[in-house]
Design a binder for this molecule. Structure first.
Ligand code: TNX
Length: 484
């Protein structure tokens, strides 16, 4: 829900065959690409282009995208959208805001906008003025492509749906006990061996570095930053099968293809494993520029506290030297990590320690944000260790008050992880992610003063036909009127 919205009830803007999208005459290629995206959205065929506005005012029936430095108070992602009878104007201090403004305009158009070739496609939007900016900088989803692999096209489809809800981070869990999913040229067996397994004995799979870079670029064009995760020092059995010397006993463990975790870890007391960690971090960061690198760090049971903390601190210096900002799950917080490192809360963990250091945290609380939990006892897919999570439970919490000692200032944002022990296909992912991911998106974007379950419950019903139009297999959860 936007920060402010003023509706002029008597007026509306109608898209006609003459409606054109304009960008400023001096617009950058980046802004022009957003213009083309908007032109495609309203056109009844693909390949439509935006035009450059050569001086003077925009003509009637125009949609203009303008960078306006005076809107800097709304931040890079904020935007100002004005729809009148004759014109649509989207303005922002930065391209990201223009893109989000286009998404709001899209949401104001009828569902037919999702069907470019629909026979009857009367695109009409109410006249409004919206001034809007996000509450949190980090609004994420996580795909666990390690437990069951998901191909690049399915990931891109997920990215497209994320964009509709102004989500801006896609965390990819690229390795785990059951599989290794990204090509590392200096350690080829990671994918030759570790990439061939997954839960249940299926064929697994992996992304080549070129495919990974393509996903990152695709996400970038939707103003979504991909966050690569390589889970270590535990949850790494697939790599140990490929390279037994990474273990202290130098013997290959059995492949692990069940639900649950193997107890094996990297041999953190052996200097040579830091060469491995460095190679992996540097190759992934070189394959596609990344501002963040997630090192996992969760659920390690077989190391001493000192061994674990020493490992995290050493890996932090490796990641930081390679460029990215490090992220780790809540367990890393007791190590002596830098305040710029980001800690991701998931369970009863020590994340608060990072807030006490003046650092930032991402909130993915298991009992609210875990999209791999069942909705209720009748849900066929999913796990239930963190409880059933219906739409209300996913929505009805406040990131700024959830954890004592972690206030608004410490919260970088929210993220919904979709662990994939039980999910195998795109349809499975979608069923668990939607509509709950819209609740995470709303918590990330909308101000706390707009937080209202009854209001959200009524509004979200309208997303059903839109998600259906996009081919998303969302769960028709009870308590919501999906018949709009
Ligand atoms: C805990 S969340 C895990 C994952 C599992 C997930 C299943 C976290 C950091 N570790 O390895 O997939 O539960 O819900």
């Amino acid at each position: 829900m936007p920060s402010t919205i003023d509706v002029s009830p008597a007026d509306s803007f109608l898209v006609t065959p003459r409606t054109a999208v304009y960008v400023d005459s001096a617009a950058s290629a980046e802004v022009e690409a957003i213009g083309d995206y908007a032109a495609n959205m309203i056109a009844s065929r693909s390949g439509a282009k935006s035009q450059r506005l050569a001086g003077g005012a925009a003509p009637d029936s125009s949609i203009t995208l303008t960078l306006d430095p005076s809107l800097a108070t709304l931040g890079d992602e904020g935007y100002d959208l004005t729809i009148t009878r004759t014109r649509v104007r989207i303005a922002s201090a930065a391209p990201a805001g223009l893109f989000h403004g286009v998404q709001t305009f899209r949401q104001l158009l009828p569902v037919a906008v999702e069907h470019p070739s629909a026979y009857q496609r009367r695109l009409i939007a109410p006249a409004v003025h919206v001034a809007d900016s996000p509450r949190f900088a980090w609004r994420g989803a996580m795909l666990d492509v390690a437990r069951h692999f998901l191909g690049p096209d399915d990931v891109k489809h997920f990215i497209d749906v994320m964009a509709l809800y102004k989500l801006n981070r896609l965390h990819l869990h690229l390795s785990d006990d059951q599989g290794w999913r990204i090509e590392i040229k200096s350690w080829p067996k990671l994918t030759e061996v570790g990439g061939q397994t997954e839960i249940g004995g299926g064929a697994g799979g992996f992304y080549t570095q070129a495919q990974y870079a393509d996903i990152v670029a695709y996400a970038r064009s939707r103003y979504i930053t991909v966050v690569p995760e390589i889970d270590m020092p535990g949850h790494i059995n697939a790599a140990l099968v490929a390279y037994p010397d990474l273990r202290c006993n130098h013997t290959a463990p059995e492949p692990f293809t069940r639900i649950g975790g193997a107890s094996n870890t990297l041999c953190v007391t052996n200097d040579s494993i830091y060469q491995f960690v460095g190679d992996v971090v540097r190759e992934i960061a070189a394959a596609a520029p990344t501002p963040y690198f997630h090192i996992g760090g969760d659920e390690v049971r077989s190391l001493t506290k000192e061994q674990y903390r020493g490992f995290i601190e050493r890996v932090e210096s490796i990641v930081t030297a390679a460029g990215p900002r490090m992220i780790g799950w809540g367990e890393i917080a007791p190590a002596n990590i830098h305040p710029s490192t980001i800690v991701q809360h998931w369970n009863k963990d020590s994340t608060v320690l990072q807030a006490e250091r003046g650092g930032k945290v991402i909130l993915s609380p298991g009992p609210h944000a875990y999209m791999d939990m069942k909705y209720d006892s009748t849900t066929a897919l999913g796990l239930k260790w963190a409880g059933f999570i219906n739409l209300k439970t996913a929505y009805d919490w406040d990131p700024a008050t959830l954890i004592p000692g972690i206030g608004e200032q410490s919260v970088l944002g929210v993220e919904g992880p979709l662990w994939a022990e039980t999910v195998m296909t795109r349809q499975d992912y979608e069923y668990l992610a939607f509509p709950r991911l819209t609740a995470i998106a709303e918590l990330g974007w909308s101000s706390a003063r707009h937080h209202d379950w009854e209001n959200f419950r009524r509004r979200i019903g309208a997303q059903g036909t839109r998600l259906a139009a996009l081919g998303v297999n969302f769960a028709r959860v009870p308590g919501v009127d999906w018949s709009w």
